[in-house]
Design a protein around this ligand. Structure first.
Ligand code: GLN
Length: 488
């Protein structure tokens, strides 16, 4: 029976756990074994059988005592950007090698309260900076659909683990696309909620005005279950968390697609979008029309500007956030150094990877006296205009749809270490991030090399329910989300 535990959805597994057809300990053991068996994917940075099984036994005790928490006993793996007490937290960086947090991130704590059992920590780009997971200090992650390709990033380990059925679900973080793009590249479902929905406390900071946590799973239904547990105000620990009551997003599912106005931005179909991606997205839009949705042409005229704006604002915030890694209080410290300044210099030179250092330098530059107005301030103004464009668009439509990325997952090393090639591929996820809007990716087809293609759905603020419902409607009518890579 346990042979196909990994093919169950979160909803199905949770039901079996509550019905005591399987114990949390058995489920944990099953997924731990799979994760070890497929270790060459590089998805996990840390597994700790004892820690996981201790949590699973506690979940079993809760089940036995009649606790009905929605995720009781469900194994969930966390992106290594979330700090955890029971596991190391590295952010994919040598700077935090072997670092142990004295507390759990709020999202981790909330999922644990809902009953989730931590399966381990997942590989990611260093400090979540990247689009391919190749910026991890601990090696790249392989895409389960084709191990010669990247899984996307920065939540590459999360996407690969879920696609390969090593975990029923995972957490991710999205600053400029890091949930949506790897979900798209690995053929799974992921949602980044409205900025502020989930607490950022204990999420190792990259760009604080953009960072958001979200779930990655195989279906919209599973994402709804997880997101409901992850969201909610956290006034004591994150003042930017929204003062909105926790919502049960599963209640939004099951609504009709009849009359749903789907806005299709013409800028999302500009040249540069690969033909295979275009074809899969067109197919998905036709499916929505069959289900009763109406297609509306819209315009997001500043789409291209999102790239320079984001790659000014995000590094600016990163340069400030990452100043805390100085070798004094925690994390890596250079072994040999002279005076204090030399210790700082060597620690940061040795502890950070190339891309992180490049961003710290860019960020410091755009914030420096004399350049601040020309770059950072200007970028903030355009950011506001991008957000306004979305508000105009939402007067004509209920959700916006388009590609997540211009191509399917590229080959490992395919961008030849050229960071600009990575940046450009973020074009369709950055606008929504800059506006703070919720966005998701759902699998809608396959392209070149049999690689999955994701459809991006963007909603207006606080419209996660509507987004999840639209995604669920599609998944009720199609089975792309049930396809799995060979060998898993
Ligand atoms: N690829 C983008 C970057 O490198 C987005 C990363 C993210 O969302 N964390 O910044």
């Amino acid at each position: 029976m346990s042979a196909d535990l990994h093919d169950l959805s979160v909803a199905e597994l949770a039901k079996k756990l509550q019905g005591r057809q399987v114990s949390a300990s058995e489920a944990a053991q099953h997924f731990l074994a799979r994760s070890r068996q497929h270790a060459t994917l590089g998805a996990f940075l840390a597994l700790d059988e004892e820690a996981t099984l201790a949590q699973a036994r506690a979940a079993d005790a809760r089940i036995a005592s009649g606790d009905r928490a929605p995720l009781l006993g469900v194994p969930v793996a966390h992106k290594d950007i979330f700090v955890t007490r029971d596991f190391p937290s590295t952010a994919g960086s040598k700077m935090l090698q072997d670092y142990r947090s004295p507390f759990d991130a709020t999202v981790v704590r909330k999922l644990a309260e809902a009953g989730a059992v931590t399966l381990g920590k997942l590989n990611c780009d260093e400090f979540a900076m990247g689009s391919s997971n190749e910026n991890s200090a601990y090696g790249p992650v392989k895409n389960p659909w084709d191990p010669s390709r990247i899984p996307g990033g920065s939540s590459g380990g999360s996407a690969a683990a879920v696609a390969a059925r090593l975990a029923p679900a995972a957490t991710g973080t999205d600053t400029g696309g890091s949930i949506r793009q790897p979900a798209s590249f690995c053929g799974i479902t992921g949602i980044k909620p409205t900025y502020g929905r989930a607490s950022r406390y204990g999420m190792i900071a990259y760009a604080s005005s953009l960072d958001q946590a979200g779930p990655m799973a195989r279906s919209a239904e599973d994402c709804a279950l997880l997101l409901s547990a992850m969201c909610g105000p956290d006034p004591d620990c994150d003042s930017t968390s929204l003062d909105l009551p926790a919502e049960d997003f599963t209640r939004a599912l099951g609504g009709s697609m009849e009359g749903l106005r789907i806005g299709v931005p013409k800028e999302f179909f500009a040249e540069g979008v690969a033909a295979d991606v275009r074809a899969a997205i067109e197919g998905a839009l036709r499916e929505y029309e069959k289900l009763g949705a109406r297609r509306v042409e819209i315009s997001l005229p500043r789409t291209e500007l999102a790239i320079p704006v984001y790659y000014i604002i995000a590094p600016a915030e990163a340069s400030s956030n990452l100043s805390r890694f100085d070798g004094v209080k925690f994390g890596y410290r250079a072994k040999k150094y002279g005076d204090l300044l030399d210790m700082y210099r060597k620690t940061r030179a040795e502890g950070f990877g190339e891309e992180v250092k490049a961003r710290i330098m860019i960020g410091t530059y755009v914030l420096s006296h004399g350049y601040y107005d020309a770059y950072y301030l200007q970028a903030q103004k355009v950011r506001r205009m991008i957000a306004d464009d979305f508000q105009r668009a939402f007067q004509q439509c209920d959700v916006i749809a388009g590609p997540v990325a211009p191509s399917v997952a590229w080959k490992l090393g395919g961008h030849g270490g050229d960071p600009l090639a990575d940046y450009l591929a973020d074009i369709f996820t950055l606008p929504g991030s800059l506006a703070g809007l919720p966005g998701m990716s759902i699998p809608v087809g396959f392209g070149e090399g049999g690689m999955p293609v994701g459809l991006q759905l963007i909603g207006n603020y606080f419209q996660e329910g509507r987004l999840l419902n639209a995604a669920h409607g599609f998944q009720q009518a199609t089975d792309f989300h049930l396809c799995k890579p060979e060998g898993f």
